[in-house]
Every structure is written in C-alpha cells, then in structure tokens.
Design a protein around this ligand. Structure first.
Ligand code: NDP
Length: 307
C-alpha cells in the first residue's frame, strides 16, 4: 500500500477510510523516500523543509479550505497537487460570523453572566443592548463564505457593502479602499484567506475608521488583523466591540484580550460541527482516494488546478 503522512488530527471515519488504502505514518516515524501522499489541516499545513525532504510526494490533501500554511506555489512547481475543502463549510462558517455579530450586539455573554451571578434578582433588569437589525455590514473578502454571510444577514435587513481586490458581479456597493469601507460600516466582517497579501490589512487606520460604535468580526485568519492595535482600540474605546474566532498566535490568546469585556472570543470553531466536519473529512479523503485511482482530484487549490 502507498505511504501517507498524517499531519495534525483526523476523525475516526477518515482514519478508517484512509487505512483501507494507505499505510498511515505519523510525523515522529516515517521514511521520507516512501511518502507519496499527505493529509493535513489548515492549522498545521506542511512545513516548507518537510515538503522539500519528500522526493516522491505527489499529493497533499488539506482538511479545511484555507491553505495559507501550505506553499501551494512551490508544490505546483514540483508537480505536487494540493487539495482543500471549499463550499462544504460555507454555511457553518457564515453561521459562526453571524453568531459572533449577534452576540456582540445583544451582549449575550454579559447577560448570561448577569443571570448566573444572581444580579438579575438583586439589581433588576439588565442594561439595554443594541439592535442588530438594519446595520451596514462591510464584508472584507466576498468569496464563497463571504457571500453565504451576506445571504444569512438578509433577515436582519443588513445593507451589505464589500471590499476585495477585484469587484464581483453582485448587487452590493464595492469599495476599492478598505478604510473607506470601514468608515461607512457598522460592522466589519473579515473572511479573506490568510497569507502575505492580507497580512494585518485591518490596521490601526481601518480600526479607527470603524470607530467607537463599530464592531469587528474576524472569522478569517488571525494574521488579517493587527492584533496589538485591535487590543489597544478595544481598551481605549476607539473600537466598540470585537467577535473573534481566530488569533495571531493561536491557541495563545493575549491576556489583555482575554480580560476585555467588549469581546466575544471563540477557539477557531468556524466549521467545527459534527455535520460539517464529516463533510470536510469525506472530501479530504475522497481527494486522496481519487488521486490514488486515476491521478485526478476533486477540489485542487487554484495554484494546482492545471496539474
Ligand atoms: P474564497 O477564495 O472563495 O474567497 C476569498 C475572498 O477574499 C475573495 O472574494 C477574494 O477576492 C478576497 N481576497 C483575497 N485576497 C484579498 C486581499 N488581499 N484583499 C482583499 N480581498 C481579498 O475563500 P472562502 O470564502 O472559501 O474562504 C475564505 C477564508 O476563510 C479561507 O481562506 C480561510 O482563511 C477562512 N476560513 C476560516 C474558517 C474558520 O474556522 N474560522 C473556516 C473556513 C475558512 P479577490 O481575489 O478579488 O481579492
């Protein structure tokens, strides 16, 4: 059987299906000459020196849609096909973004704590919150998931505006400048890929434009937001609220951020439901099995689509 290197965690179902077709090796014990396939995830990716040390590598299957931790350009140059799991997670990640937005607006965590602490009984009704209806929502990255977020916000009567590098054929106002969009938005939702082109594009200037009444939602990658500047702005009130699923040095989250009350923080669970992870796992395995069968894959990343 061909040799598969496993990087990061996989589900029991994935292991069962993969072990019927491959000998699975863990990172602590494998022969670099023998490895032809890799299964990995969006967090772990494939370290460049590891990829360089595998002369017979043919395909890398990523369990996730983001592949900023895999050098797909270098893989394509070597004829290695990289695959990912687009579309099957769109709705789940969009739900996470909307959930974070609603949790910020309606102060879900504060009010939950208010009930649990007994303050409701001793102090009376909780302070009022803000309505999430009729807001202008700026989407940074209107791709597969960004569009699903826009669709899910329709019942809240959101006015959608967006920033990407290239305008899309959509009925929303396009901004070629992110700061200008942030100035016009009540909420800024980040859902671009990570990597060098988006590194810290949500900088101090963008955060200031979003302003004291503004809400930042990040379900993309921690690298997209300048975390130090965001913490400063949340501390001094020049940014109102933040709902965050991803962090620069995750799973480490700076204490200053954990201490803030105008934030809702999640441990990178955008797609983490039983149903969606099953669909992602199935596609991750299907890509590898199809590659084994006839050398083709179902969902190559754009850099490898020509292979
Ligand atoms: P798509 O490729 O469909 O969409 C990406 C969008 O980002 C496009 O509209 C693209 O438009 C835009 N974009 C890319 N680079 C830039 C840039 N430098 N500046 C502005 N806009 C940019 O990806 P998906 O919607 O499928 O996924 C998006 C990302 O979401 C993933 O790459 C991943 O990082 C993140 N994600 C997070 C999850 C979580 O658990 N929190 C789960 C799943 C995904 P254009 O090319 O015109 O700029």
């Amino acid at each position: 059987m061909p040799d598969l290197l496993q990087i990061g965690g996989i589900t029991d179902t994935m292991r069962e299906r993969l072990s019927a077709a491959f000998t699975i090796h863990q990172l602590d014990h494998f022969d670099p000459e023998k490895i032809t396939h890799i299964v990995t995830n969006g967090h772990s990716g494939v370290a460049p020196d590891l990829m360089a040390s595998l002369p017979n590598l043919k395909a890398v299957s990523g369990y996730g849609v983001g592949y900023d931790a895999i050098d797909a350009t270098e893989a394509a140059r070597r004829g290695i096909i990289v695959t990912h799991t687009p579309n099957v997670l769109n709705q789940e990640v969009a739900t996470t973004a909307v959930m974070l937005m609603l949790a910020c607006y309606r102060e879900v965590l504060r009010d939950d704590a208010y009930v649990r602490s007994g303050e409701w009984e001793t102090k009376g009704g909780a302070p009022l919150t803000r309505s999430a209806d009729n807001q202008t929502v700026g989407i940074l990255g209107l791709g597969r998931i960004g569009q699903a977020i826009a669709d899910k916000l329709a019942p809240w009567n959101a006015k959608i505006i967006y920033h990407t590098r290239n305008p899309k054929d959509v009925p929303y106002a396009y901004y070629d400048n992110l700061t200008d969009m942030a100035r016009d938005a009540d909420v800024l939702i980040c859902i671009t890929p990570g990597g060098p082109s988006t590194n810290k594009i949500v900088n101090a200037e963008v955060l200031a434009a979003l302003g004291p009444q503004g809400t930042l939602i990040n379900v993309s990658r921690g690298s997209v937001v300048d975390e130090k500047e965001m913490i400063k702005a949340l501390q001094d009130g020049s940014l109102g609220w933040a709902g965050l699923d991803v962090f620069e040095g995750e799973p480490h989250v700076p204490q200053a951020l954990r201490d803030l009350h105008n934030t809702v923080v999640l441990p990178h669970v955008g797609s983490a439901t039983v149903e969606t992870r099953a669909a992602m796992g199935a596609l991750t395995v299907d890509n590898l099995l199809q590659h084994l069968k006839d050398g083709t894959v179902i969902s190559a990343v754009p850099e490898c689509a020509h292979l």
